[in-house]
Design a protein around this ligand. Structure first.
Ligand code: 5AD
Ligand code: SF4
Length: 481
């Protein structure tokens, strides 16, 4: 069995540090010659779990691999290199990954020279690396969220020295520009505007796995967006764990409101952004969103809980009253806004009354959609140390009750869309029916309608004919815009 070289291991206490500077790096990524020789004719496959930041990382890894000479496999079984790009935000995300790693044992037995790698947020935890090393001997490479650009060097060492490698650094994280990238869509793109998170919500592992909050320079972001516009992209989503805090660390007057205004002025048909923390949401931002028709009138504004005491224990830095005040300002200035949210039920010791406050805020805000989660303790986070007296059964019941309340709120909103016509960016052929297309409205509602697949990537008018909880059915009105 190949020897494992431990180049670096994550350290929770280092991941907490924030008083450390980071660098901007504009250097080109260099590919070692032996790797280029090895990669000729070889194929890669990447499985990505989790959020949009991970999807963007996949595109960058694909760019690095193609620059090294690999090409994309048509199916997983054909791949010579499989990378699992993982998520650590909840335990069930991790269980899925362990299941997948287990399944890859047979693949590795059948393809002895193949390389299996695991990267992403999950392996930023020392105990996960330990578990993988002890249980899954067919994993050749484990690398962290700060090591993506080391991929060519790491692969080169694995093939030339016939070793296994673990390299997971705990860094604040640098900012690298000019990265190679293979975008998964030629009409919708994610653009990172900032990395990491400094909010340290007490339940959340992201500030530890993704490092310090750091913003890209405004000019670099605008250059990327302009390139996408020139390539004909129809939609750009600006990405950050906390987009509203954009620019605060640059100390050059940059802010998210300014950035959003400049991106909108480029004239990309659809501009979106994800995710907004209520704490940093400024009135200037609301004005910019209201001002530009091409900024989609959809804001994902995680509330997490409606109880002030739970919000305090979560470290969210706002009360339900402050949240509602913000919602009110948004709705007053942007009357056709659709709000969506994230909600956690069953935070340690949440009482039933506190849970009812969450249902209350759901009814009051009238969300257009919501992502709902049962609290999942994450190692090394402050909330995981709290002794919890809420049983799993109670948590499940609350979860069901929350889903029911959301259905009562979202159902009438969806019904009210029937008979109206909306521009829809056509995404793909519908998963269930080859004759049907799927796309999204400005408000991020999924719509299925009959049409030719040549319309994929176009914005077309669709009249809504009936509504369901998680999608709408429509009819194409006038072909293509
Ligand atoms: N348990 C449950 N949900 C969580 N989230 C983040 N951490 C946890 C956790 N430990 C949810 C939050 C966040 C979303 C991306 O995932 O709602 O907004
Ligand atoms: Fe996690 Fe809170 Fe940061 Fe969001 S804002 S990534 S929930 S710590």
């Amino acid at each position: 069995m190949a020897k494992t070289i431990f180049k670096s291991l994550p350290e929770a206490n280092l991941e907490r540090r924030r008083n450390i500077s980071f660098n901007f790096n504009y250097d080109e990524i260099l590919i070692p010659e032996p790797l280029k020789d090895f990669a000729k004719g070889k194929k890669y496959w990447i499985h990505t779990y989790g959020c949009q930041a991970n999807y963007r990382d996949e595109e960058i890894m694909a760019g690095i691999l193609e620059k090294s000479g690999f090409c994309h496999a048509n199916k997983e079984e054909d791949a010579d290199l499989i990378i699992l790009n993982t998520c650590a935000v909840r335990e069930n995300a991790e269980q899925k990954v362990y299941g997948k790693i287990g399944n890859l044992k047979a693949y590795k037995l059948a393809n002895k020279s193949a390389i299996v790698a695991v990267c992403g947020c999950m392996v930023q935890q020392a105990e996960v690396i330990n578990h993988i090393n002890h249980t899954y001997h067919h994993v050749d490479l484990i690398f962290g969220t700060h090591n993506i650009l080391d991929l060519p060097t790491l692969l080169n060492e694995i093939i030339t020295k016939k070793i296994k490698i673990v390299d997971v650094k705990s860094l604040p994280g640098d900012i690298h520009e000019n990265l190679p990238s293979v975008r998964q869509s030629n009409f919708k793109a994610f653009v990172n505007i900032s990395y990491g998170c400094d909010k340290f919500c007490t339940y959340c592992i992201v500030p530890y796995t993704r490092g310090k909050e750091r913003s890209r320079k405004m000019d670099d972001i605008l250059t990327e967006c302009k390139e996408l516009k020139d390539l004909g992209y129809k939609e750009v989503t600006l990405l950050g764990q906390n987009v509203n805090a954009y620019g605060k660390d640059l100390n050059d007057g940059s802010s998210f409101a300014k950035l959003l205004d400049e991106v909108a002025k480029l004239g990309i048909p659809r501009v979106r952004f994800l995710t907004s923390h209520p704490w940093d949401f400024s009135s200037d931002m609301i004005d910019v969103i209201a001002k530009h028709d091409n900024i989609m009138k959809y804001i994902h504004l995680p509330v997490q809980s409606g109880s002030d005491e739970i919000l305090r224990l979560m470290g969210r830095r706002y009360t339900s009253e402050q949240y509602l005040k913000l919602v009110n300002e948004i709705k007053t200035k942007i009357p056709n806004i659709a709000l969506s949210t994230d909600i956690i039920v069953g935070f340690p010791n949440e009482t039933y009354e506190q849970f009812l406050d969450t249902l209350k805020i759901v009814r009051e805000v009238k969300y257009w959609s919501a992502f709902t989660f049962i609290y999942s303790p994450r190692n090394n986070t402050p909330a995981a140390k709290i002794k919890d007296n809420v049983t799993p059964k109670e948590k499940n019941q609350r979860f069901q009750e929350l889903v029911k309340t959301l259905e009562e709120v979202i159902g009438p909103i969806n019904d009210s869309l029937v008979g109206k016509t909306f521009p829809v960016l056509v995404d793909s052929v519908s998963e269930k029916n080859d004759d049907m297309l799927s796309g999204y409205t400005e408000h991020n509602k999924l719509v299925h309608f009959k049409g030719d697949k040549s319309l994929i990537g176009q914005i077309v008018d669709v009249k809504i004919v009936d509504s369901h909880m998680y999608y709408l059915n429509g009819e194409l009105i006038n072909g293509q815009n």
